[in-house]
Design a binder for this molecule. Structure first.
Ligand code: HEC
Ligand code: HEC
Ligand code: HEC
Ligand code: HEC
Length: 124
C-alpha cells in the first residue's frame, strides 16, 4: 500500500513540469537549420502571442499538413517547419525563410496588427 502510494506520488511529480508547459515554451525563434544567422532571433512568445491574437483554436493554421490548403481536420503539431520546408528551394515547396516570413507577415498585414518591419521581429 505505502509503496503503491509513493510510486503514484513520484509519477505525479514527474508529470508536473509537462502539465505546466502543455503547449510550447517558446520565447524566440532561431532555427538551427539556418547556418550563420544574419539576424538576431525573431521574437515570438508562442503561448502569449496566440492568446492575444486569439489563435488558440487555430493551431492547424500555422501547424498545417498542407499550407496551400490548411484544414482544421489535420495538423502537424510536433513536426518542425524545417522538416517540410527546407532552407534551399525545392520544387513546389516554399523555402524555409520564406515560409516563416509569409506565414507571419501575411497575417499581420491582413489583420493590420503585429510587426511587419525587419527590426520589429529581429530585435537586437
Ligand atoms: C507536414 C509538412 C509541413 C509542415 C510541418 C509545415 N508545412 Fe508549410 N506547407 C506544407 C505544404 C505541403 C505546403 C504547400 C506547398 C507550398 O506552398 O510550399 C506548405 C505551404 C506553406 C506556406 C505557403 C502558403 C501559401 O499561401 O502559399 C507557408 C507560408 C508555410 N507553409 C509556412 C509554414 C510554417 C511557418 C511552418 C511551421 C510553423 C510550416 N509551414 C510547417 C507542408 C508543411
Ligand atoms: C501563429 C502560428 C502558430 C500558432 C497559431 C500555433 N503555433 Fe505552435 N509553433 C509555431 C511555430 C512557428 C513553432 C516553432 C516551430 C519551428 O520553428 O519549427 C511552434 C512550435 C510548437 C510546438 C513545439 C514546441 C517546442 O518546444 O519545440 C508545439 C508543441 C506547438 N507549437 C503547439 C501548438 C499548439 C497546441 C497550438 C494551438 C493551441 C499552436 N502551437 C499554435 C507557430 C504557431
Ligand atoms: C493568423 C494570424 C497571425 C499569424 C500567422 C502570426 N501572427 Fe503575430 N500577431 C497577430 C496579431 C493579430 C497580433 C496583434 C495582437 C495584438 O496585440 O492585438 C500579432 C502580434 C505579434 C507580435 C507583437 C506582440 C507580441 O506577441 O509580442 C509579434 C512579435 C508577432 N506577432 C510575431 C509573429 C511571428 C514571428 C509569427 C510567425 C511565426 C506570427 N506573429 C504569426 C497575428 C498573427
Ligand atoms: C513577422 C516577423 C518577421 C519579420 C517582419 C521579418 N522576419 Fe526574418 N524571420 C522571422 C522568423 C520567424 C524567422 C525564422 C527564425 C529565425 O531564424 O530567426 C526569420 C528568419 C530570417 C532569416 C534567416 C535566419 C538568419 O538570421 O539568417 C533572415 C536572413 C531574415 N529573417 C531576414 C529578415 C529581413 C531582412 C526582414 C525585413 C525585410 C525580416 N527578416 C523580417 C520573422 C520575421
Amino acid at each position: 500500500m505505502w509503496l503503491a502510494l509513493t510510486a503514484a506520488a513520484l509519477v505525479l511529480v514527474a508529470l508536473a513540469p509537462g502539465l505546466v508547459h502543455s503547449q510550447a515554451d517558446i520565447q524566440v525563434l532561431s532555427n538551427p537549420a539556418f547556418e550563420n544567422d544574419q539576424r538576431p532571433p525573431a521574437v515570438f512568445n508562442h503561448d502569449e502571442h496566440n492568446a492575444v491574437a486569439e489563435l488558440e483554436d487555430q493551431c492547424w493554421y500555422c501547424h498545417h499538413m498542407d499550407g496551400a490548403n490548411p484544414s482544421p481536420d489535420e495538423d502537424s503539431i510536433g513536426i518542425p517547419c524545417a522538416d517540410c520546408h527546407s532552407v534551399e528551394a525545392m520544387e513546389d515547396m516554399t523555402p524555409l525563410m520564406m515560409a516563416y516570413h509569409k506565414q507571419c507577415k501575411e497575417c499581420h498585414m491582413k489583420e493590420k496588427a503585429g510587426p511587419i518591419t525587419c527590426g520589429e521581429c529581429h530585435v537586437r
